[in-house]
Design a protein around this ligand. Sequence first.
Ligand SMILES: [Zn+2]
Length: 310
Amino acid sequence: MKTAIFENIKCNLCGSDDYKIIYPARYGDIKPQELVDKFRSSGDELLIDRLVKCRRCGLIYINPRIKQEMVLKSYSEGTDENFISQAKYRENTFFKALKYIEKFTHKKKGRVYDIGTAGGSFLAAAKKRGWEVHGSEPNKWLCEWCKKNYGIKIFPGDIFAHHFSSEYFDLVTLWDVLEHVGNPTKNLKEINRILKPNGLLVVNYPDIGSWLSRLMAKKWIFLLSVHLFYFNRRTIKKMLNKEGFKIIKIKPHFQTLSLGYLMFRMKTYSNLLHKIGMPVIKIIGIGNLQIPYWLGQTLVIARKIDKDKL
Ligand SMILES: [Zn+2]
């Protein structure tokens, strides 16, 4: 394998480079370009990269990995019709989730920033609930889709592509995003800067310490090449605390998708289930049935620590 596309990294939580290997890489004769191409907005190829665990703090991550400038470029290109087909279901999930989050803002609505917003389904739900919405998304096609379908203009790129003034937002959200970014602590530092004192940060991530993940081990559905970091409750808490946040709620998070789409996504996981399930769903016409599912997704609500009060 050409080393030109790879980079070695230190632990993003504690800076150590002392790790043990959990799963070795299984690249076989895959071409370097194919590895880069896995990074699409809804990339779902099973993990074949080397997974390691920091001996000092326990953070689990992919190392070595594809160079981050190549990853971001890959995310920015291409279309994603499958993701968009689920926009309505995502809006419903987000609408309910935001209603819950508002318990922690004392029902106050303000300015929200959704990072890696994809087609902007969360922003559409937030707008409906009376929030002033802002978003960013690396994929240019999804940015256009969001503008056309929701009338919401979002910034192309990651959190560093657009500069907001300090203490600008009441709420920042990362829905299934933190595990994809190249440098989570750097992202959290920037989020801390743009949040108002006592502002809220919401992170949804797949928890590798959840009972389901532990039960499924190597077969856990969220072990994907696009997921660069694998948090559990302990490591997410440690990282958030380190970057100036206090967790006020952590709980399992159910998401909703259509049965047809779930079955479609099953293909990478179980070809047999896909082959049997797809025709059955079509025949009885239940492809659009809304299915709540939980496979280890975890919702964290954290508050920016007000340094003046320390
Ligand atoms: Zn570490």
